[in-house]
Design a protein around this ligand. Structure first.
Ligand SMILES: *Cc1c(COP(=O)(O)O)cnc(C)c1O
Length: 388
């Protein structure tokens, strides 16, 4: 199945809706049956049939099929946020007393669900440097049921060798879950490398327009059905039909957005790596990245997220740099059409629960490259550097 078929046609049954090119938003909470027998049938497969929108909805189903196909998965569930997708996957995989191994610096709310939420129910989690598979393996115990990966992570871009981790996990019957938000399905295919479940913050590149918060979870049918019967239906963190419709629209341009973002990011990365006031650039493709060989093997393209460590005397200088930017909008999140700057340690001090784990330099600024021209962004960064 080629990419344009997935994005333009898959899941869209136009004969059923008047030949409309854009699919309808099926804004209905419930679906009626012509007979008791049909109703009984509907309840036998709430994930595949249309019964109640907390389970399945025709508009959301179009999106499920497209995202599953992009990830090379048998099935996909869409959630009301990426955090909901990660939480549902984790909750589905563990019982009280079980153990989880997670990368050292996951997305902060992934850390929160494992450590704080599941921790309250007797689940323990070891956070381990995932750049070294041996260290990962050493952390596994009798009760380890799940390995949580984020490759690369969204702040300092450490990667894990997904195939190697999957091999170790499968040998012991441990499930693996990978957050693939940074790479998108276009640039990395964890399922093909043996990972069991792939999650996305679809808020980021998949939707790409900073107007929807959404999540996706992809995997084998039987695993997805397990998540569906469990946390998906019980926690009810679903994607609304209207948001699914916006996401279908956003997804159609994913390949051209990612192509453009990759080209611009290459230029901005080169500019930043040569800048005297930049101490270090964090990116899977930065020249100084010790994991470049893994990047080449595992990641197909580049995304537009990178972090710089400024040569700044103090946090006030970092603030001046960011306050000097006018085209980069200053905010959280990433992956939209617009470029963003996020001075992470200036915003989240070390004692904040949202501070990324570990001893990070205070002068980090994460940049998300959007669809602007590279020259415009570089000129804007110049203005910031002038204020440093
Ligand atoms: C944003 C983000 C999430 C959470 O997604 P939401 O859609 O905000 O709930 C999870 N993982 C990563 C890497 C993220 O950047």
């Amino acid at each position: 199945m080629d990419l344009s078929y997935i994005l333009n046609h898959l899941g869209e049954d136009r004969e059923r809706y008047f030949g409309a090119v854009a699919p309808p938003i099926v804004q209905s909470s419930i679906f009626a049956f012509p007979s008791v027998a049909k109703m009984r049938e509907g309840f036998r497969d709430e994930l595949g049939e249309h019964v109640y929108t907390r389970g399945n909805n025709p508009t959301v189903e179009i999106l499920r099929k497209k995202v599953a196909a992009l990830e090379g998965a048998e099935d996909c569930l869409m959630f009301g946020s990426g955090a909901a997708a990660m939480s549902a996957a984790a909750v589905a995989c563990v019982d009280g007393g079980d153990h989880v191994v997670c990368v050292a610096r996951p997305y902060s709310w992934t850390r929160a669900v494992l450590r704080d939420l599941l921790g309250r129910f007797g689940v323990t989690t070891s956070f381990v440097d995932g750049t070294d598979v041996a260290r990962f393996e050493a952390a596994l115990g009798e009760r380890t049921r799940l390995i949580v990966l984020e490759s690369p992570n969204s702040m300092t871009f450490e990667q894990q060798d997904l195939a190697a981790v999957a091999t170790i996990a499968h040998a012991r019957g441990i499930r693996t879950l990978c957050d693939n938000s940074y790479a998108t399905p276009l640039n990395q295919s964890p399922l093909a490398l043996g990972i069991d479940l792939v999650a996305h913050s679809a808020t980021k590149y998949l939707n790409g327009h900073s107007d929807v918060v959404a999540g996706a979870l992809c995997g084998r049918s039987e695993l997805i059905a397990e998540v569906f019967r469990g946390p998906y239906m019980t926690l009810g963190a679903i994607l609304a039909p209207h948001d699914a419709w916006l996401m279908i629209r956003g997804l159609r341009t994913l390949p051209i957005r990612m192509q453009r973002i990759a080209a611009t990011t290459t230029d901005v990365l080169a500019y930043l790596q040569a800048h005297p006031r930049v101490r270090r650039v964090y990116s899977p493709r930065a020249g100084a990245n010790p994991q470049l060989a893994l990047t080449e093997r595992q990641l197909r393209g580049a995304s537009g997220l990178l972090t710089i460590e400024l040569d700044a005397p103090d946090v006030a200088a970092v603030e001046r740099f960011c306050d000097g930017l006018t085209r980069f909008l200053m905010t959280v999140s990433w992956g939209g059409y617009e470029s963003l700057a996020f001075p992470v340690c200036a915003v989240y001090p070390r004692d904040s629960p949202l501070h990324p784990a570990g001893a990070l330099p205070l002068s980090l600024v994460r940049l998300s490259i959007g669809l602007e021209d590279a020259e415009v962004l570089i000129a804007d960064l110049e203005q910031g550097f002038a204020r440093l």
